[in-house]
Ligand binder design. Structure first.
Ligand SMILES: NC(=O)c1ccc[n+]([C@@H]2O[C@H](COP(=O)([O-])OP(=O)(O)OC[C@H]3O[C@@H](n4cnc5c(N)ncnc54)[C@H](O)[C@@H]3O)[C@@H](O)[C@H]2O)c1
Length: 258
């Protein structure tokens, strides 16, 4: 039997680079899905391409009511919420701290940090209730970043938000370790998604130069392929991986090794 057979998995940012592949991989391994992203039509179109039961709800993760509604949808439609992948996020303009517009800083904190807080705030009580009822709590995987583990020049507010995600991850992991809920974070360095595409655009389309900039200080001297990151998300979510909680899984070509 597949590792995620019959489990209900919630994925935010589900039509983006990591989210899409994550949803496809869970579908391939037998999960039922609750998917969310900003744009309703791309979400519906993507959902119809998947070979599993899927419920969708479009919305903004910076709006707390979305998180509440997603959890309600999972329980109403499938009877449980077993795994949550809190993945939706945005990058910031690549500038030094004083040049970050304050409106942009607030927006990044609201999406990348408060979005994860709202998600966990509504996911945890349902998982705790499931644990009391039948001994099956749940697993939360937050998509942070290597920028959540060390300073990130010209990405200061993004780094602050992702450090915040690590704080939420570790604190909730400790609070709920004995209540059947595991909480871990995956911390990728640059991977080949739209975010890297956006960066190449910002560098005036000079791809080789932009990639060289992004991979400076990466021992493997390359960006990650999407599937290399998804593999680690699946590992963190795997119910057999039952003793790991509060952990930051770096997927970074060796950056944090030096
Ligand atoms: N790609 C990388 O190099 C990289 C590296 C480290 C961490 N990350 C993190 O991985 C996660 C996924 O990013 P990605 O690389 O797949 O980027 P992406 O831009 O391809 O996907 C992000 C998705 O999140 C959605 N989203 C953005 N703002 C939202 C909001 N307010 N409400 C709901 N949905 C929203 C977007 O519509 C998009 O589909 C993000 O949290 C990002 O910070 C990415």
């Amino acid at each position: 039997m597949s590792r995620f057979q019959g489990l209900t998995v919630l994925v935010t940012g589900a039509t983006g680079g990591f989210g899409r592949r994550t949803a496809e991989r869970f579908a391939d391994e037998g999960a039922r899905l609750v998917l969310s992203d900003l744009d309703e039509s791309s979400l519906t179109e993507f959902a119809s391409s998947l070979q599993t039961e899927v419920a969708t709800l479009a919305g903004n993760v910076a709006d707390e009511t979305l998180s509440e509604s997603l959890v309600e949808l999972a329980v109403k439609r499938f009877g449980s919420l077993d795994i949550a992948i809190n993945n939706a996020g945005v990058a910031q303009s690549f500038v030094k701290l004083p040049q970050v517009p304050s409106d942009e800083a607030r927006r990044i904190i609201e999406i990348d940090l408060l979005g994860v807080f709202y998600a966990m705030k509504h996911q945890i009580p349902v998982m705790e209730k499931q644990n009391r009822a039948n001994g099956h709590g749940g697993t939360i995987v937050n998509i942070a970043s290597v920028a959540g583990l060390a300073g990130a020049p010209r990405l200061s507010v993004y780094a602050a938000a992702k450090h915040g995600v690590m704080g939420l991850t570790r604190s909730a992991a400790a609070e709920y370790a004995s209540k059947g809920i595991r909480v871990n974070a995956v911390c990728p360095s640059y991977a080949r998604t739209n975010m890297v595409g956006d960066f190449v655009k910002l560098a005036g389309g000079r791809e080789a130069e932009a990639i060289a900039e992004l991979t400076r200080g990466v021992p493997m001297k390359r960006v990650a392929e999407i599937d290399e990151v998804i593999e680690v998300i699946m590992f963190a979510a795997d119910p057999k991986n039952s003793f790991m909680t509060g952990h930051a899984l770096s997927v970074d070509g060796g950056i944090t090794a030096i």
